[in-house]
Design a protein around this ligand. Structure first.
Ligand code: ADP
Length: 493
């Protein structure tokens, strides 16, 4: 049958979804299943890997049922996944030997301390682009080998396999035929060398991880095997970690393009091209999605702990608004602020200040300041924090930035987007489709299937709104200086 669709499997931290896209890049149908979170101890977070697989198949079945689409009309599958979450399974039975350890899980902090004590910090930073942290997969894998009875012996006998969620899904969907991952996911494990694009023997040795457990790494848009669905073979042609998939979905395959996802926190990635470099201001270096027969680019990654969360704070703690969306009209209704800044350092200050003990502040309050001004300053803080991170990215990389592509809940706020463009002095580009992560995975899969070509992507990703800088340069400089001063006052010492 004629191929009319590409399906994205979007396996996230809290839900598992299947999304069908048509040739125009429009969403035809979405099915979603909530994923149960397990918190066995303080700081521990786990998922049931088997449930992830069955939910994924179920979600797929649901979209097919709802739409009446025949599996043979689907050109290919693209997988995008929560990154870093770690699964170890028995290669003979296909059964996980432990629950999946989720990226949020902090149990491996002592293993991280041990690696630091061994003096591996700078080697790991230079070669994996990451800092030693429990967030990444490597120490989670080591924990399973250390703690699950017989695990190390079984691993050494070649009976165990490791994978992030993408590898686990590929393995299950191909009935154990393929043990693979892609560049973007491999670059989040802390055991993959992003300079020479290979698992890093020195780190594996230091962490006592047998190489035989590790998946083969290949281009994000390439052949990852096939799902046999009721006798129809549907190829898996795209695989990428969620943030990199979003960058790809936003058209961020070229150097100089950045994306910011304005959610509870904000995730910023800037494609810095083919030259490897590491940040000396605390940002991560990671691999972008790769097309077949092409090397991946590097991207700098930075996050903002408190993004939309500060808008929730206005709503839930201060009762200043009923809904986040109200903030846009409120911001538009009052004149520009003079010297009022809300620094939402509710979880310390992140890049580039790195002050874990800082607490939030409001500075520049005068008698005429009311609730609307506080709301506006809180919204503007998202833009200032984004500029802080992007400034470091540009300084570290010597890159210039051509555009900021935006997505996530708070990107719906037109005042915020215009202010972002003004403060950055860069065009801000918001797509029509907000599911850019799934779209990125679909693009990867569609390109390999010759369903789309790379050039058609820009057309498929329709722009919904475009914000160009309107603020006078002097004003921009003055406002940002004011912000930096407010941050200085917020620091813990
Ligand atoms: P997540 O995926 O992290 O749950 P979402 O992408 O769904 O987040 O975005 C939700 C966040 O965006 C919330 O923190 C909310 O306060 C904020 N938000 C949503 N709409 C707006 C808006 N119009 N203006 C400002 N913030 C908003």
């Amino acid at each position: 049958m004629e191929k009319k669709y590409v399906v994205a499997f979007d396996q996230g931290t809290t839900s598992t979804r299947a999304i069908i896209f048509n040739k125009k890049g429009e969403i035809v149908s979405i099915s979603q299943k909530e994923l149960k979170q397990y918190y066995p101890k303080s700081g521990w977070v786990e998922h049931d890997a088997n449930a992830i697989y069955t939910d994924q198949l179920q979600a797929f079945e649901n979209v097919l049922k709802e739409t009446g689409i025949d599996p043979s009309e689907i050109a290919s599958i693209g997988i995008t996944n929560q990154r870093e979450t770690t699964v170890v399974w028995n290669k003979n039975t296909g059964e996980p030997i432990h629950k999946a350890i989720v990226w949020l899980d902090k149990r491996t902090t002592p293993i991280c301390d041990d690696l630091k004590a061994k003096g591996l910090e700078s080697y790991i930073h230079e070669n994996t682009g990451l800092i030693i942290d429990s967030y990444f997969s490597g120490t989670k894998l080591k924990w399973i080998l250390n703690e699950v009875p017989q695990a190390r012996a079984e691993a050494e006998a070649g009976n165990l396999l490791f994978g992030t969620i993408d590898s686990w899904l590929i393995y299950k969907l191909t009935k154990g035929e393929k043990h693979l991952t892609d560049h973007s996911n491999a670059s989040r494990t802390m055991i993959y060398n992003i300079k020479n694009l290979a698992w890093d023997d020195k780190i594996l040795k230091a962490m006592d991880i047998p190489r035989s457990m590790l998946p083969e790494v290949q281009a994000s848009s390439s052949d990852f095997g096939a799902l046999d669905y009721n006798g129809v073979s549907i190829p898996i042609y795209g695989v990428a970690g969620d943030q990199q998939a979003a960058l790809f979905g936003q058209g961020g395959h070229r150097a100089g393009v950045a994306k910011n996802t304005y959610g509870t926190g904000c995730f910023i990635l800037l494609n810095i091209g083919s030259k490897h470099l590491i940040s000396n201001k605390g940002l991560l270096t990671t691999l972008t999605c790769s097309l077949e027969n092409e090397l991946p680019n590097y991207a700098l990654e930075g996050s903002i702990f408190i993004g939309g969360a500060s808008i929730q704070w206005l709503r839930d703690q201060l009762n200043l608004i009923q809904q986040a969306a109200e903030t846009e009209a409120i911001c538009q209704s009052i004149p520009p602020l003079e010297d009022l800044y809300v620094v939402p350092a509710f979880a310390g200050l992140g890049a580039p200040y790195w002050d874990a003990n800082a607490k939030g502040s409001i500075t520049g309050i005068t008698l005429d300041i009311g609730k609307n001004e506080i709301i506006k300053a809180t919204v503007e803080a998202l833009a200032y924090q984004t500029k802080d991170v992007i400034n470091v990215m540009l300084e570290d990389s010597g890159s210039t930035m051509v555009a900021l592509k935006v997505d996530g809940g708070a990107s719906a706020n037109n005042y915020l987007m215009q202010f972002q463009s003004d403060i950055l002095d860069v065009d801000v580009d918001r797509p029509k489709i907000i599911e850019v992560t799934a779209l990125g995975a679909a693009f990867l899969a569609g390109i390999k299937a010759s369903f789309w070509t790379y050039d058609t992507i820009e057309k498929v990703r329709e722009r919904e709104a475009f914000f160009t800088p309107k603020m006078e340069n002097q004003k921009r400089i003055q406002k940002y200086k004011g912000w930096q001063k407010a941050v200085e006052r917020t620091k813990s010492n």
